[in-house]
Write a protein that binds this ligand. Structure first.
Ligand code: PLP
Length: 412
């Protein structure tokens, strides 16, 4: 008999983006001349920068010659890329403790965020912010850590940390003590951040309670404020309690190429059922060498070019391009009378719906009145109700047009 993993049967099908697509398609059907601007989905639009493209070409040519051909590489990634990451993403920011050996190259942050649960007990109690990037919740549900889904859409074994304008989008320490805490800063979907002091509260809490922080810093490159940490390892003690996940997707446009990395410090220890202390690094290395055969050579070759002076300048340009959109959206929405959060250290703008409108009603309002597609905040969790998310990943032209339409709302 084919017995399936019943945990999958308890997970509701993710209907957020399919429901958005259905409603947009229905609208286009009845309004064939509508010029829709999509600010809902979190994919990037700028092409990959010339430095990385030259790396891709060079890598492809090397694969064509027996003398330079690369077959299976190290499961943890090539040493030259891990060295470049340790130097440019950590040492250059004053974090000299992260060694290349603690950096694992993978095919994107989503895989690693989903797979990390392999090395954790199914008993672990998990805390997530609400609203949240759905991957954290669904992967724990698949592993059986989430318990059962209640009427209100919450899992009974997951500890939710509401982030709303009332608490300044800063999660409060939970009453029940979790074993694992997911933090994503700068945040998707709210675009808000934690400053050093606010992140230190969580590091101190994790150390005091023997909890693990899974720190998703996919949007690190978008930070502009000096007081916002780029890495959790800027906080003393984080090496004893945190794993950090990064991605080349939103930074360098690698959403289609696929590459990311995960830092597992040697100082980070967990416990077996018999009380035995074990380095999480050892377990993750074992997991990766068993289930993963390494990221593509050609893609790693391209990523290495991002760390050259030219590559870094080009990445900066792309990030600046999106952040100019974020500024346009923030200003335009504020001038039109909306309450706006995020967009300063992140490519996401989190907008309060007017007149206590529900997030789906405001989604339809924006679709019908402005022909702009936004993402209803309720799709990211109950505390996302009353908000919508806009992304800064469009072109300048589309963003400008979107702002003109939003400004026209006032004069209607
Ligand atoms: C886009 C994104 C990622 C990156 O995913 P990849 O698999 O590297 O493309 C990770 N976390 C969050 C919160 C994201 O929005």
């Amino acid at each position: 008999m084919i017995k399936v993993n019943d945990n999958f049967l308890r997970i509701p099908s993710s209907y957020l983006f399919s429901e958005i697509a259905r409603q947009v398609s229905d609208y286009c059907h009845t309004h064939p001349n509508a010029k829709i601007i999509r600010m809902g989905i979190g994919d990037v639009t700028r092409p990959i920068c010339p430095a990385a493209i030259s790396g891709l070409h060079a890598g492809a040519d090397e694969q064509a010659q027996a003398s330079t051909f690369h077959g299976y590489g190290p499961e943890q990634g090539y040493q030259w890329l891990r060295n470049a990451i340790a130097t440019h993403d950590y040492a250059s920011r004053g974090i000299t403790s992260v060694t290349p050996d603690e950096i694992f190259i993978g095919d994107g942050a989503k895989s690693d965020l989903g797979n990390i649960g392999d090395i954790l007990s199914p008993d672990c109690r998990v805390a997530v912010t609400d609203p949240v990037y759905p991957v954290y919740v669904d992967t724990n549900a698949m592993a059986g850590r989430a318990g059962t889904l209640s009427e209100n859409g919450l899992w009974n074994r997951i500890i939710y940390l509401p982030c709303t304008k009332e608490n300044g989008f800063v999660p409060e320490l939970p009453h029940e003590v979790p074993d694992v805490i997911y933090l994503c800063y700068p945040n998707n979907p709210t675009g808000t951040t934690l400053n050093r002091q606010q992140l230190k509260v969580w590091v101190d809490y994790a150390l005091a309670n023997n909890a693990l922080i899974l720190f998703d810093s996919a949007y690190e490159a978008y930070i502009t404020d000096a007081d916002v940490p780029h890495s959790i390892y800027e906080i003393p003690g984080a090496r004893q309690c945190a794993i950090e996940f990064r991605s080349f997707s939103k930074t360098a446009g690698f959403t289609g190429l696929r590459l990311g990395y995960t830092v597992v410090p040697h100082d980070l220890k967990g416990f077996g059922a018999n009380g035995e202390e074990v380095e999480l690094h050892r377990l993750w290395l074992r997991r990766q060498t068993t289930k993963f055969n390494g990221a593509s050579y050609v893609v790693q070759r391209a990523a290495a070019e991002l760390y050259t002076p030219e590559g870094r300048r080009q990445v900066r340009q792309t990030v600046d391009y999106y952040m100019a959109n974020a500024l346009m959206l923030r200003n335009g929405l504020t001038e039109a009378g909306f309450e706006v959060y995020g967009g300063v250290n992140a490519p996401y703008i989190w907008v309060k719906t007017p007149d206590a409108m529900s997030s789906w009603d405001f989604f339809r309002f924006m679709l019908e009145k402005c022909n702009i597609v936004v993402t209803p905040g309720a799709g990211f969790g109950p505390s996302g109700e009353g908000y919508v998310r806009l992304t800064a990943f469009s072109t300048h032209e589309a963003t400008t047009r979107a702002i003109e339409r939003i400004a026209a709302l006032r004069t209607r």
